[in-house]
Design a protein around this ligand. Structure first.
Ligand code: FAD
Length: 413
């Protein structure tokens, strides 16, 4: 058995970024992936903060060549009210655009580029067990599609297995999220009326009913991802299967009915549920967790791939330093760093579902500077401590909502 420096579990964006960074540093790395690629995964709208990572991991040229739909902002709609955030008008310095991608194609692009650089990637190879040795190295058992097994010895493991949550599951590290469990039904549709309605360079979140919303993510091919998110109770009360629920949702909103009422579905609607999960610790003896394995909150602000790429980028740079003999401070430089970003988004997710953001987004005459600061959060710049809507995320949103309340009451006098 040849011992490699780093074993990466999973070939999603988190795994590809890790593999690219480790390889770039001159260490040996191998990726194992359970599925055959391309494979479907949800998570199609990126945030500008991803671009910094894609650039450093040298993926930008490969992704640009795919001509994915460029994304310049995020739009929130409730009936006739619209709140439009343009990333070019944001507070933090950084990227002002990103992409909306069919993930099967995007993930394949990244991992193919990793392979092109000479990194071995084993598809249809599932991690079944891991034994950590006293020196932090490990022996990982894998099973291939044909039933044969193998063992991989590595100095360190990066677990980027997304919803597979390999190490938390094998070692009982899973912890329930403090967010309410939610459900989604979604499909890709032929968006033939898109030009009569909205520009394709935005994600649109339509507020459907309290706590229920819809995403519209146009792709460059004319196809659009359309999904509905809500509580279990709401879906249970609807009854029916995902296709009938999808149809009921479309027909129940004037904008959605006009745009999508008579369009063809590329595939029958699918459902996903109870996706929020976290773990006790983000690193341990011989391993670090990245991407969705650390924590996934909620689809509303499209933060999943941003956290997947930023966490993998940060973790792999620390793994490189560690394997080169340096001391690293995992608690401060990794766990606390990622938690700070996740906690900022958690506040915004909660404020979305409790109505605070509805008040803020649709308030009359919003303060342009505050809007720029909130726009930076929506662009994924959740580590910029000079932004009061990052530094004191919960307090700033609460104070702003109160101020709007007072102003509205005065206006009504
Ligand atoms: P993944 O992309 O899930 O990749 C993990 C890989 O690990 C998979 O390919 C899997 O096959 C492999 N794997 C699993 N187990 C094993 C094993 N035992 N052995 C080997 N390989 C294994 N995010 C956004 O950024 N934008 C959005 O618009 C968005 N919308 C979403 C909508 C919904 C309804 C949900 C639930 C999520 C959404 N997300 C969104 C989140 C997004 O799906 C994830 O955050 C993102 O895919 C995480 O990337 P990753 O690389 O960590 O994991």
């Amino acid at each position: 058995m040849n011992k490699i420096d780093v074993l990466v579990i999973g070939a999603g964006p988190a795994g590809s970024v890790s593999a690219a960074m480790i390889h770039k540093a001159g260490l040996s790395v191998r990726v194992v992936e359970r599925e055959k690629f391309p494979r479907f995964v949800i998570g199609e709208s990126l945030l500008p903060r991803c671009m910094e990572v894609l650039e450093d991991a040298e993926f930008l040229d490969a992704v640009k060549a795919k001509k994915f739909q460029e994304k310049f902002g995020a739009k929130f709609m409730k009936e006739e009210k619209v709140s439009d955030f343009n990333f070019s008008d944001q507070f933090s310095k950084g990227w002002t655009w990103t992409w909306q991608v069919q993930r099967a194609e995007f993930d394949l692009t990244l991992i193919t580029d990793v392979q092109r650089r000479g990194v071995p990637v084993d598809f249809e190879t599932t991690v079944t067990a891991i034994e950590f040795l006293p020196d932090e190295s490990s022996i990982t058992s894998v099973e291939k599609k044909d039933g044969t097994t193998d063992k991989i010895e590595a100095r360190f493991i990066i677990d980027a297995s997304g919803y597979g949550r390999v190490i938390p599951r094998l070692f009982n590290l899973d912890k329930p999220s403090n967010l309410d469990p939610r459900k989604a039904v979604f499909a890709h549709v032929n968006d033939i009326h898109r030009n009569n309605h909205d520009e394709p360079n935005r994600i649109i979140a339509v507020m459907y009913a309290p706590g229920i919303w819809s995403w519209i993510i146009p792709f460059s091919t004319g196809v659009t991802s359309l999904g509905f998110v809500g509580s279990f109770d709401y879906f249970n009360a609807m009854g029916g299967d995902p296709s009938s629920q999808f149809r009921t949702f479309i027909d129940g909103n004037a904008y959605l009915k006009q745009r999508f009422g008579d369009v063809e579905w590329v595939f029958e609607p699918r459902k996903l549920e109870a996706w929020s999960a976290t773990t006790d610790k983000f690193y341990g003896h011989g391993f670090v967790l990245t991407g969705n394995v650390t924590e996934f909150l909620d689809p509303i602000f499209s933060s999943g791939v941003m956290f997947a790429t930023v966490s993998s980028h940060t973790a792999s740079k620390m793994v490189i330093r560690k394997l080169k003999g340096e001391n690293v401070d995992w608690d401060n430089d990794y766990t606390n760093f990622i938690r700070q970003g996740v906690d900022t988004f958690r506040t915004y997710v909660m404020a979305w579902y409790d109505g605070t953001l509805e008040k803020i987004f649709f308030s009359k005459n919003p303060d342009p500077e505050i809007k720029r600061q909130i726009c930076s959060v929506l662009a994924g710049y959740v580590w910029d401590q000079s932004n009061p809507y990052v530094k004191d995320h919960a307090g700033s949103l609460k104070r702003l909502a109160k101020l709007i309340d007072v102003r509205e009451r005065l206006d009504a006098l």
